[in-house]
Design a protein around this ligand. Sequence first.
Ligand code: NAD
Length: 443
Amino acid sequence: MKITIFGTGYVGLVTGTCLADVGHEVLCMDVDAEKIARLEAGEIPIYEPGLEDMVKANVGEGRLRFTTDPATAVAFGTLQFIAVGTPPDEDGSADLQYVLAVAETIGRHMTDEKVVVDKSTVPVGTADRVRETITGVLAERGQNLDFEVCSNPEFLKEGAAIEDFTHGARIIVGTDSERVKALMRECYAPYIRLQEKLMFMDVRAAELTKYAANAMLATKISFMNEIANLAERLGADIEQVRRGIGSDPRIGYQFIYPGCGYGGSCFPKDVQALARTAGDVGYQAELLGAVEAVNQRQKGTLFSKLVRAFDGDLEGRTIGLWGLAFKPNTDDMRDAPSRTLMEALWAAGARVKAYDPEAMGECRRLYGDHKELELVEDRAEAVQGADALVICTEWKAFRSVDFAWLKAQLAMPVIVDGRNLFEPEAVKAHGLMYYAVGRGDSL
Ligand code: NAD
């Protein structure tokens, strides 16, 4: 099949590469000429395990190509995937300008029948707006070409994007057209071993499914953080509680890890956008508002613990930071808890020495000029002479630590662990003060 993908971010590039890998001919288009030039030179602009080799292999085989030219992109694929960003607008709703710009491009350049596949996360009703935009542009051109718009939300996670795309729990397609169903079945056939994995539904249901899935996962995290905060104050250990509730198959172990709050490019914006959508139809989504509020508070928890550990005075202190990315196996720092912490520390007059296995470049881009930030080469350098260590991301490389060594590095024996990586007793046995999330010490 010939497939065009608009947008070469996490979703677009992974989608295009995986579809090329199973034999489709894929052309990826982006308005960012620098990104396309890098991709053409074999350089991957994002960190995603396994992606670089897969891109190179498929470019080498001639199945994956890149362009900045809209007319070429529209002419190429029978399927036209929209995988551009939908960042939050000022009021929290999803900003659809990039999605509608692609719709406009398709309408402007199409000369034969197309199926437009909306893969970006977009509010209910967007497929109608995409259809109206294309119809409007075609009318301006005096053309009356057939096209269809379907919804195919993406559920991949950054850090495991290829695995999720190729072995996802389900593929959702919102459409009522038999022709679109047949084309989408053909597109995904190599990935469908179980027929029930491909779910067809109404367009609106597909659009809402994506938001509902992310909102449910965010709810699990905020719920667990709420219980962790309570456990801390009640002298109960949240890790024991987590195992206790996770063992119930109705609850399950996934997404019930307490921590320093969720971040990234999806949960924060999608929870807000869904709440906003609810407001637009006159419904007050109480739970979604609470999920968001609990998360905001949780992102401040590491700073609050440091303030209390240092009796309210962080002026002139140096804080060693392990982990900048919003989660492991990505370089993405969008809405990361590390940012909330660093910004609060700087406002309180503290310095930060930070290390992350993948996000150093991104941090340099965001805060490179900050005089109170030192980006260091490894985790050891981040703690040398620091007054405390804070862990923001649960990278594997941080899980095993010689605590005697760590104590010798730190000027003050304070660890604030936003990811509950260690057993408190094992850490404290080395004379370190250890403050995790929901693990007894109510700091
Ligand atoms: P991203 O910001 O990484 O990439 C978007 C890309 O689109 C950029 O390269 C940008 O230059 C390009 N672009 C913008 N306007 C364009 C246009 N008119 N034509 C062609 N390209 C254009 O975004 P992302 O993280 O890949 O997310 C894309 C969508 O998928 C969003 O709606 C997001 O909510 C959703 N999503 C993201 C994830 C994730 O983990 N990142 C997971 C599931 C769904």
